[in-house]
Design a binder for this molecule. Structure first.
Ligand SMILES: [Mn+2]
Length: 358
C-alpha cells in the first residue's frame, strides 16, 4: 500500500508539503486542482505545476481526488456529452502526467454532508458529526449556510460556491430522477470514459455516498455492497473501480466493510482506500473519532487485514481527523490527528505483514 495525505494545494492549505513529508510512513499526496470549475478541462500547466511541487518533496503524486462530475452528467441532460468530452481531455492530461488513480463521486448536488463541523468530544477535541434530526426541519439552503459558517472561510471540497449558487434549480432538476436513472447515467458516463482510462492505465475509483443514505430526498446510488456490485458490473474493467471509504460506508452498520474489501479486492476493483473510524450512536446519528478501534464502531485491524489479504497495493489515506492540540484549520483536515491516524494504520499494516511472513 501507499500511505497518502490529502493536500489542498499551496494557496489553500495551511499544511505544507514539508510538514506532510515529515509524517513517518507518508509516501504520497492526494491532490486536485480546486480552482478549476467543475466541467472544465484541467489546464496542463497547472497540472504540471502541482506535480513539480509534490515531486520536490519526493512524494507520490499518482492519486487525484477528485475530478468532479458535472451535474448535467448525473442528470443525463443532452449537454452531458460536452462535459464528458471535457472529462476525457482531463483524464488524458492526467494520464500523460503519471496519474494512475482518480477518485470521483456521483452524489447529486451535495458532496459529503455533516450537521456539525466541530462537535466537542469527551477529551476536548472536536470532530464532524451527522445527525439526521438536525436537518429534518431544515432547508438545503440552511444546511449550506451552516457548513459555510462552520468552515470559517476554509474552502471545503465538494461545497464549491459555483455549484451551490443554483441550489433551487438543481433540486427542481432532480425531481422525478430516481436511483434507476442515476445508475443508467453513471453507466453512460463510465462507458464513455473507461476506454481512455484503459489506454492511460488510470483507475477510476468511485467514492461512496457520505452518509450512505438519501438526504433531502435526493437519489443516491453508492450506499451498500449491492450498489457497489451493480457499479462494477456497469463496465467490466479494473479501470472501473471503487474507493472503499470506511467512514462513509460504515455509517450504516449493515455494511460489513472487511467483507466488502475481500469481495471487491478479489475482483481487483479496489483502487483506493479511505480508512477512518466513526462512532455510530444510533441509525443516521454518528460522529468522527480518533482512528484507534476502541474509540469508534469500526474495527481498524479487520479492515487493514482484509486489504492485506487481497494484496492491496494502491493508495490509502487516513481520510479525516479530529481537531486536537488547539489546531485551527479546515474541519476534518488538520495535520495532527490525520498524522496520528496514518501512523496507527502503518503500525497495523506492519504488524499484519510481519505476522503473515512468520
Ligand atoms: Mn472518504
Amino acid at each position: 500500500m501507499i500511505m497518502t495525505f490529502r493536500w489542498y494545494g499551496q494557496e489553500d492549505d495551511s499544511i505544507s508539503l514539508k510538514h506532510i513529508r515529515q509524517i513517518p510512513g507518508m509516501d504520497g499526496v492526494v491532490w486536485a486542482l480546486f480552482d478549476v470549475p467543475v466541467g472544465e478541462v484541467w489546464p496542463e500547466d497547472k497540472i504540471a505545476a502541482v506535480i513539480e511541487q509534490i515531486k520536490a518533496y519526493d512524494l507520490d503524486y499518482s492519486t487525484v481526488e477528485s475530478v468532479n462530475v458535472h451535474e448535467d452528467i448525473k442528470l443525463g441532460r443532452p449537454t452531458r456529452d460536452k462535459y464528458i468530452e471535457n472529462y476525457i481531455r482531463t483524464l488524458e492530461r492526467l494520464g500523460r502526467a503519471g496519474v494512475r488513480v482518480v477518485c470521483y463521486n456521483f452524489m447529486p448536488v451535495f458532496d459529503w454532508t455533516r450537521t456539525d463541523l466541530a462537535k466537542p468530544l469527551f477529551d476536548g477535541s472536536t470532530a464532524m458529526e451527522f445527525d439526521y434530526r438536525q436537518i429534518a426541519d431544515k432547508s438545503p439552503q440552511q444546511m449550506v449556510e451552516e457548513i459555510r459558517k462552520g468552515s470559517k472561510g476554509a474552502k471545503m471540497a465538494g461545497w464549491e460556491p459555483e455549484r451551490l449558487k443554483s441550489l433551487e434549480a438543481l433540486f427542481e432538476a432532480y425531481e422525478g430522477v430516481d436511483e434507476e436513472q442515476m445508475f443508467s447515467h453513471l453507466g453512460y458516463f463510465l462507458r464513455a470514459i473507461i476506454p481512455t482510462c484503459e489506454k492511460y492505465g488510470i483507475r477510476m475509483a468511485i467514492h461512496p455516498d457520505d452518509p450512505p443514505c438519501s438526504v433531502f430526498g435526493l437519489p443516491r446510488i453508492v450506499k451498500s455492497e449491492r450498489d457497489l456490485e451493480r457499479i462494477v458490473k456497469l463496465v467490466d474493467s479494473p479501470c472501473n473501480s471503487l474507493t472503499i471509504c470506511s467512514g462513509s460506508l460504515g455509517a450504516n452498520l449493515q455494511n460489513d466493510i472487511p467483507a466488502i474489501i475481500r469481495r471487491f479486492g478479489a475482483q481487483d476493483r479496489v483502487a483506493f482506500a479511505h480508512i477512518r473510524n466513526i462512532q455510530v450512536c444510533e441509525p443516521w446519528v454518528f460522529h468522527e473519532t480518533a482512528h484507534k478501534s476502541r474509540y469508534g464502531s469500526l474495527d481498524m485491524y479487520d479492515m487493514m487485514k482484509a486489504l492485506h489479504e487481497v494484496n492491496f497495493t494502491g493508495p490509502i489515506r487516513p481520510d479525516h481527523g479530529r481537531m486536537i492540540w488547539d489546531e485551527q484549520g479546515r474541519p476534518g483536515y488538520g495535520l495532527y490527528d490525520r498524522a496520528l491516524g496514518a501512523n496507527y494504520l502503518c503500525g497495523l499494516w506492519d504488524a499484519i505483514s510481519r505476522a503473515d511472513k512468520a
